[in-house]
Design a protein around this ligand. Structure first.
Ligand code: PLP
Length: 437
């Protein structure tokens, strides 16, 4: 085993040995999938907006794990915060009163819209969504849950039943009480939310559905329907929260105060997992009879809280959100120029801040587009429920030069996709299953 400052720890003699062991002991299907596409990169060194294959090939990260790497990879301030916390903290004990969790909850509460001021912590977004649904059921005494078709809230128990059948069917039927409506359709929501509905669960900007940016009229309509029927609104800001859309929380674009607002991904600085379900005071009554009715061993790990606290300093610095919006505008302008130069390939751009979707014309192009971008040094994935859309989520600290690099790569990928190499690959890949969210 060799350790160097730059490449990190290597556990295998060669890259091929690592791939072989991953296939044998973790997931052969993933290895086969990525090999078939020619994208079997082994995630190595990482820094800022880039990561490297263990053999040294560099990629600009426009996936950022859906916003996990909002501050780029291994932001030095966050690495220092974690190193400092490790001097005296560990994950903590989830049963006990925690100064670190109190600090994170109170500081985020001060930033959140309206009266969202309490938190339950989780190790990941799916569990945090589960918590919101559990609480909504506990508070209302109802069981119904309405979510958006094509939405994605995680693969845990209740979150799974809010999502697409594709992820559910191998494991049994959707849980009773869960129904889906088209995102953006107030009439359908109005018909689905009745007196049995505990919660309406929506992403602020559905990412897996193709970066669908809603307007105020829709979001305010959702709030009104929930209020009329006594249902609680769960806003999933796992991807959109913490500055991604050019506001600290996407809800602020629509003057929306949900009953639950769920954060994950970027909350961890990409270093230690942490997620949180924020909610309003009145809903705390569900825990009054027994505060241990919901616990989570790694929820709000104190070392993770230290990273989150440092992250909050960074994203609340003067001008942070304005810079995100300016970077998003530059990205949009560049991508729109590429669209104009490739009208047969590309339709346009969807965007809120640095949450961006590049819309291709071909409905099945998603994987090929990712491959063409990969071949041009960019890592980006497609929206699994609308494969015409490549999700473009650079780090929020992306520089103008990195944006321009991304735009050039998209231009080169669009030109190449019209060529014979990718036509042949498309035919070869036809039976390969699509990548997850
Ligand atoms: C919008 C959204 N909600 C919830 C989740 C689930 O988060 P996790 O994978 O941390 O469980 C994801 C993950 O991709 C997500 O994108």
């Amino acid at each position: 085993m060799e350790t160097t400052e730059r490449t990190g720890t290597r556990y295998f003699e060669s890259r091929d040995d690592a791939v072989e062991a991953f296939g044998r002991h973790v997931s052969q299907a993933k290895v086969d999938f990525f090999r078939a596409v020619g994208m079997d990169v082994v995630f190595g060194r990482r820094e800022g907006a880039f990561f490297w294959d263990v053999d040294g090939r560099r990629f600009l990260n426009l996936h950022c794990n859906g916003g996990v790497f909002n501050m780029g990879h291994r932001h030095p301030v966050l690495v220092d915060a974690l190193a400092g916390a490790l001097e005296y903290w560990d994950v903590g004990n989830h049963h006990l009163i925690s100064e670190a969790r109190a600090a994170v909850a109170s500081r985020i509460a001060a930033l959140l819209p309206g009266d969202l001021n309490r938190a339950v912590f989780a190790p990941g977004g799916g569990e945090a969504i589960d918590v919101a649904i559990k609480m909504a059921r506990g508070v209302t005494g109802r069981t119904g849950v309405v979510s958006a078709a094509g939405g994605y809230h995680g693969h845990t128990g209740l979150a799974l039943s809010t999502g697409d059948a594709k992820y559910l069917d191998p494991f049994g039927p959707r849980l009773p009480g869960f129904t889906q409506v088209p995102f953006g359709d107030l009439d359908a929501l109005d018909a689905a939310v009745d007196e049995t509905c505990a919660a309406v669960v929506l992403e602020a900007v559905p990412a897996t559905a193709g970066i669908v940016v809603p307007d105020s009229a829709y979001m305010q309509g959702v709030r009104r329907i929930c209020d009329d029927r006594g249902a609680l609104l769960v806003l999933d800001e796992v991807q959109t929260g913490l500055g991604r859309t050019g506001r600290l929380f996407a809800a602020q674009h629509w003057d929306l105060v949900p009953d639950f607002l769920v954060l994950g991904k970027g909350l961890s600085g990409g270093l230690v997992p942490i997620a949180a379900t924020f909610y309003r005071d009145p809903h705390d009554r569900v825990f009054a009879p027994d505060p241990f009715v919901h616990v989570s061993t790694f929820g709000g790990a104190e070392t993770a809280c230290a990273v989150t606290l440092a992250l909050l300093e960074l994203i609340t610095a003067d001008g942070f959100c304005e810079r995100v919006e300016a970077a998003g505008a530059r990205l949009q302008q560049g991508l729109e120029e590429v669209c104009a130069a490739n009208p047969g390939m590309l339709e346009g751009v969807r965007r809120l801040g640095l949450m961006c979707g590049l819309v291709w014309r071909s409905p099945e192009i998603g994987l090929l587009a990712s491959k063409a971008l990969f071949d041009n040094g960019v890592f980006a994935v497609y929206a699994n429920h609308d494969k015409r859309v490549t999700q473009v989520l650079p780090p929020l600290v992306v520089t103008d030069a990195e944006i321009d690099l991304a735009v050039r790569a998209v231009g080169a990928a669009a030109a190449a996709l019209a060529g014979p190499e990718y036509t042949a690959l498309a035919a070869a890949l036809a039976p390969v299953p699509a990548e997850g969210a």
